[in-house]
Design a binder for this molecule. Structure first.
Ligand code: PHE
Length: 451
């Protein structure tokens, strides 16, 4: 069977931006910026993105395009031997596990969208009321599983159509809609009275709260937000034509991802400050603080619907990209039809996600080292397996596959003048071979509290 390809360059860019822009941009970025020194943290994050996230992103797309395989097949083909086959398998598993609990959080967002559509936020008297509403969803096993199921079904519907007619087509509607909603909310946020206080908070660098841990958080985040380390970009790269200019597209994908994070932070801080709320809420920011504020501002019901729709679309385009590597594996290696591969993968991800959906209710007392099943999965995937996955791709290209051959593949599709530039070659050479692998090892050791 002929392997599918992206139809257009823009189709790939939409799909990859859709993958990169997700819960990490809208839910996580604003609160880690708030907790770690505002603009100072943003600058460090942008530096990390350049030095670590971006080269790893390019390495993964390249691994996919050279091998034209799913992560397991790609690693086995390019690396040869058992070690690389095993590495490919662990990368594949990471994306799959991430998709199982990502869907649970996206399910909460879906529940919030339903609440917003029913206009429930105007009844909230305080952020504590909103916290209660959040607890009400999380403490009900019926609700967490139901929304997890519906979200997985939505992902299945997109994936079923295939690479072109499912992922590419879906992303070419959803990604522009996401940007439209984002810009609308940005203008609304900026027009609220007191918005300037939010901007001031966000844009005045507080270098004193920038701890070494904050730097490590910035590094780790640059990874997760670009969807690297879990086979997504290897798989998306495997559908890319050899005429594609990888550095150019990757640059715009990383830029778009960073702008969304920045805009999301502006929306959230201007909105929160307009109601006189200090947004120190941490992870609860979008589930507690914002719903309350939406209840207070003019036109808040509609703003709430747009906001949670935005988050849902962002989560959906990321979720399909997390499931696609496993689907590609079943098609490439096990010769499944696309439809069976999609059915098997989404059903398995739904089932594996059930204990995560139950972690906030019936399984809340079952903990490993103080972490619920959901928290343990999140920790193992984001702090352990993703850094390892990203490391493996750069290590493979930089040290095993021969860096010069890798660079010549990277050059295919690039206009000659781009690559005649010596500093660009030097940048890719140094970052793939030395800078990224070393920085990843540092993040990894820090995340595990070994340094
Ligand atoms: N990049 C996504 C985000 O920022 C995360 C993600 C992508 C997770 C793909 C899983 C798979 O939320």
């Amino acid at each position: 069977m002929q392997r599918e390809h992206w139809k257009t360059r823009l189709g790939f860019i939409y799909a990859a931006v859709g993958s990169a822009v997700g819960l990490a941009n809208i839910w996580k970025f604003p609160y880690i910026v708030g907790q770690n020194g505002g603009a100072a943290f943003i600058l460090v994050y942008l530096f990390c993105l350049m030095c670590i996230g971006f080269p790893v992103f390019i390495a993964e797309v390249l691994v996919g395009r050279i091998s034209r395989r799913n992560p397991f097949g790609a690693m086995r083909t390019l690396g040869g031997g058992r070690f690389w086959a095993f590495s490919g398998m662990s990368i594949l598993l990471t994306g799959f596990l991430v998709s199982s609990f990502y869907s649970v959080v996206a399910g909460w967002v879906l529940a919030y969208l339903v609440k917003a559509l029913m206009g429930s936020f105007s009844a909230l008297q305080s952020p504590q009321d909103a916290a209660l509403a959040h607890t009400e969803i999380l403490s009900s096993p019926m609700q967490t599983i139901f929304y997890h199921f519906v979200f997985m079904l939505m992902s299945l519907a997109v994936l079923y159509g295939g690479v072109r007619k499912g992922i590419e087509k879906g992303a070419s509607y959803m990604t522009p809609l996401l940007f439209l909603l984002l810009l609308g909310l940005l203008f609304k946020g900026l027009s609220l009275p007191g918005a300037s206080n939010g901007l001031k908070f966000l844009l005045s660098p507080d270098w004193s709260s920038l701890s070494p841990t904050a730097i490590m958080i910035a590094l780790g985040h640059s990874f997760f937000t670009l969807s690297v380390g879990q086979g997504t970009m290897i798989t998306y790269g495997s559908y890319l034509s050899s005429k594609e200019n990888i550095p150019f597209s990757s640059f715009w994908i990383a830029m778009a991802d960073s702008f969304v994070s920045l805009f999301a932070a502006i929306i959230i801080f201007t909105t929160a400050f307009s109601a006189g709320i200090e947004p120190g809420a941490g992870p609860a920011l979008i589930f507690h603080t914002l719903p309350f504020v939406f209840g207070q501002i003019p036109g808040g019901d509609l703003v709430a619907v747009f906001f949670f729709l935005l988050v849902l679309i962002a989560a959906l385009t990321s979720q399909i990209s997390a499931l696609e590597p496993m689907i590609a594996f079943f098609i490439d290696e096990k010769k499944f039809s696309r439809k069976s591969a999609v059915l098997v993968t989404t059903t398995a991800a739904f089932l594996v996600g059930i204990p995560s959906a139950l972690s906030s209710n019936v399984l809340s007392n079952y903990t490993f080292y103080g972490l619920t099943f959901f928290e343990a999965m999140n920790f193992v995937c984001t702090s352990v397996m993703i850094p390892i996955g990203g490391f493996l791709s750069v290590f493979l290209l930089g040290w095993f596959f021969d860096i010069h051959t890798a660079l010549s593949h990277l050059r295919s599709g690039c206009p000659k003048k781009d690559f005649s530039c010596d500093w660009l070659k030097l940048y890719f050479y140094c970052s793939l071979k030395y800078i990224s692998p070393i920085l990843i090892v540092l993040v990894f050791l820090k995340a595990l509290e070994l340094i």
